[in-house]
Write a protein that binds this ligand. Structure first.
Ligand SMILES: [Zn+2]
Length: 256
């Protein structure tokens, strides 16, 4: 499939809003970017950088099974080259558990078909994770005087995660503009940018290819080895591998 063909596969209902990937930032504005160390957030970081924002990267050590992704986050930030500051916050969601990513008693699903993946919210869903992460990003943005928060959520390949949908992003943005001094008193509304939300994995990789993102630095696997080698069988590994295949480039992922 051609690069252009992939990129045209966008859901019509989210074009032009806060999700518009063509929206340009002011050259002097600051952006807080959530960086997990995975493929999507690496692309979003490069995308925000390409719009002229001064970049502030935010990662979380939340008790994730794949904590090795934080090493990837550090590599991605270093490769971007112009991140003003990278903060990694400790929020131990493992104390709550309730997800295959934060509770060792819950297994990461492996070898699932696409039908199985689309059947419902998977056990890798971390309760309220994006609400938690965006809340911290909002706090930092307000301190920085930034009006722009970027994150790499995607609603196409994963229909299952409720906090990856446009409705959630819109609602969070509305909440942010009720919740902050920045918006209610200082006249600076907060915008939540989710430029990848309606893109296929192949379209995301195509955009990253344009931006020269080095995906060999990233870790998407939910259950990697301690060295960061991907399992190749979890939902995230499968979707990532399909994305490279569909875009038609070699998969740089290091597998076990
Ligand atoms: Zn995996």
């Amino acid at each position: 499939m051609s690069n252009q063909g992939v990129k045209n596969r966008m859901a019509p209902n989210v074009e032009g809003g806060a999700f518009d990937s063509q929206e340009k930032g002011n050259s002097s504005s600051l952006a807080v970017v959530l960086v997990s160390g995975g493929l999507d957030s690496a692309t979003v970081l490069a995308d925000a950088g390409s719009r002229g924002y001064e970049l502030f990267a935010l990662s979380f050590r939340y008790g994730q099974r794949h904590e090795v992704e934080l090493q990837a986050a550090a590599r991605v930030v270093a490769a971007q080259g112009n991140v003003r500051r990278h903060v990694t916050l400790d929020i131990d969601l493992r104390q709550f558990g309730g997800s295959a990513l934060t509770d060792d008693a819950i297994e990461v699903p492996k070898g699932r078909s696409s039908d199985e993946m689309e059947a419902g919210i998977p056990s890798t869903y971390v309760p309220a994770r994006n609400t938690v992460f965006l809340s911290f990003a909002l706090a930092w943005a307000e301190v920085l005087g930034s009006a722009d928060i970027f994150l790499g959520v995607n609603a196409v390949d994963y229909s299952g995660y409720p906090d990856c949908r446009p409705e959630f992003i819109e609602a969070f943005q509305a909440m942010a503009n009720l919740a902050t001094k920045s918006s209610t008193e200082d006249g600076q509304p907060i915008r939540i940018h989710a430029p990848l939300i309606s893109w296929t994995k192949a379209a995301i990789i195509a955009r990253g290819d344009e931006l020269r993102v080095d995906y060999s630095l990233t870790v998407s696997c939910y259950d990697p080895s301690d060295e960061g080698l991907a399992c190749g069988e979890c939902d995230s590994c499968q979707l990532r591998r399909q994305g490279f295949a569909e875009f038609g480039v070699a998969d740089p992922t290091k597998y076990r």
